[in-house]
Design a binder for this molecule. Sequence first.
Ligand SMILES: Cc1cc2nc3c(=O)[nH]c(=O)nc-3n(C[C@H](O)[C@H](O)[C@H](O)COP(=O)(O)OP(=O)(O)OC[C@H]3O[C@@H](n4cnc5c(N)ncnc54)[C@H](O)[C@@H]3O)c2cc1C
Length: 507
Amino acid sequence: MPKKVDFLVVGSGIAGLTFATKACKYGEVVILTKKRKADTNTNYAQGGIAGVFGDNDSFECHIEDTLNTGEGLCHRDAVEIMVKNGPTLVRELYDMGCRFSTKSNGKFELGKEGGHSRRRIVHAKDFTGWEIERVLLEEAKRYGVVISENEIVLDLIINEGECVGIYYFDADTQKIDIFFANAIILATGGAGQVYLHTTNPPIATGDGIAMAYRAGAKIANMEFVQFHPTAVYNIKIDGRSFLISEAVRGEGGVLKTVAGKSFMKKYSENGNLAPRDIVARACVSEMLKNHSKYVLLDISHRKADFIKNRFPTIYETCLRWGIDITREPIPVVPAAHYLCGGILVNTWAESSIPRLFALGECACTGVHGANRLASNSLLEALVFATRAAERIKRIKDSKIKKRITVTKAKAGPDFKLAIKELMNEHVGVVRNEDSLTRMQAVIESFSCQFDKGIHLINAESRNVTDVAEMIVKSALMRKESRGLHYIREHLKKNMRFLKDTVLEKGK
Ligand SMILES: Cc1cc2nc3c(=O)[nH]c(=O)nc-3n(C[C@H](O)[C@H](O)[C@H](O)COP(=O)(O)OP(=O)(O)OC[C@H]3O[C@@H](n4cnc5c(N)ncnc54)[C@H](O)[C@@H]3O)c2cc1C
């Protein structure tokens, strides 16, 4: 029997939980989440959340840093909204019980990360995301928000041009069912799992973006995949590469070749704290030059007590693999980390399909442009989820005119691993048109093997295929190098491409 609710949220990370805890005063909210509640990217965020709190800082300065990193493609209005609303909402998280690190005078201890000209990263040591997730889950419980686990949302239901519900697969009962709602809020996170090497957990298969694309929503800037320069080489935990936070470089960590030579000054006057795209390309370049499989990140010159106290998770995790970061450098490589593109939304998180909202990493609000400034993503999710909850007040009851039925669950082909390997090899930090064109043909040959209109139990396979298709298509459309998109045939920026790359299925 199909259910109906006022607001249906897909995803229980910072974006979904923030929205749910704020919108529940305007109507009934249900969250569906595909694994356990805390299986989110949010849970793994280490560095922190950016906000203007420093005495020598200002909104203008944070806005400028964000715009500079975004290389001309940021939407200024969205950036201003994010930066100006940020501090109040970060303070609200602290007041809810987030144990952000503070100094003896009670002020936030602010970290420094690449691309930021001031110290402005609020953090809970190096487990900021875990702490935020914990507090928001408690808050959701306090407000009586229903969170249903092991529900894999498969597709959106569109009726007369509006999004009125979703199909989902209940992994416990193994059945497909329908959920109707007055508004559907996609907060499904990123798509790092489209690549073999990624810092993202297994849930990050771009589901929300893929289903919105199939439903006809506008999708923007998919070519801008951020590779984090410093994931630990050759070690994976539960399908994800372990990240060494940028904050390690913020506290003096130095990138070195395998022979122990520091190299970042050759690539940027900001050295080890250059924006991530520059650092990732520098690492790849040094690895190629030195025929090495990794570079080194060294913070061992800082006092052992400082390292253990500031980076307890990183210290302990590396130690478990036999790397004592207080005494030796860490072998690191770039890994897919963050997707700047996603479902195109306005500054109220509304997508191009009425009643469909998108929040957090699956959305493209325009704040990141061609490259994301470190620690701006938790902030983006927090700010725009809050705005969506305000907007949702106006939503009227949806009327469904046609009869909507459910098909039986069916398994489709599984191309996940093949796509991940190919994307890593051909659509990574440095791209070229030949490889991209060949990738496009391969993906098309995979895509056409999925039966149209059938709901799949292994939905992730189709979602990863669709997201890979969007990344490759967008990368081929942008005939210039800008921000995170670096292509050998077009090494310079070109004013013709000073705009978002927008995809719409079938157009
Ligand atoms: C290792 C790591 C470190 C990071 N560090 C930082 C940092 O220091 N600062 C910063 O600002 N950002 C950081 N980021 C990025 C940031 O964590 C994410 O961008 C942010 O947490 C995304 O939040 P979200 O709510 O949009 O998605 P998520 O937190 O990823 O939540 C997505 C939710 O959607 C659910 N879901 C997905 N698909 C479906 C489906 N089909 N059906 C049902 N549910 C579904 C998932 O199960 C999950 O609950 C980091 C990311 C990683 C991976």
